[in-house]
Design a protein around this ligand. Sequence first.
Ligand SMILES: [Ca+2]
Ligand SMILES: [Ca+2]
Length: 83
Amino acid sequence: MTKVTIALAALTLAAGTAFANDAETTAAQSTTFTQLDTNKDGTLSRSEVAADASMTENFNKIDKNSDGRIDETEYKAATSPSK
Ligand SMILES: [Ca+2]
Ligand SMILES: [Ca+2]
């Protein structure tokens, strides 16, 4: 009985850890965009990226369609490690 309980606990812990890692990786990207998008309209304006110096500096480059706003696709393209 005790062994079964320990085995189940270990399995639950392992599964929980794997899930936590996935969630953390996903959250790391979207959390930043969400945090910058202070008015929650799904795009980042110049004033919203003012908190991030490199985003402000590269705003025109990141804003691929030049509409004055960075949407999540543009943000991901800019922050993706593969360029
Ligand atoms: Ca916004
Ligand atoms: Ca844009």
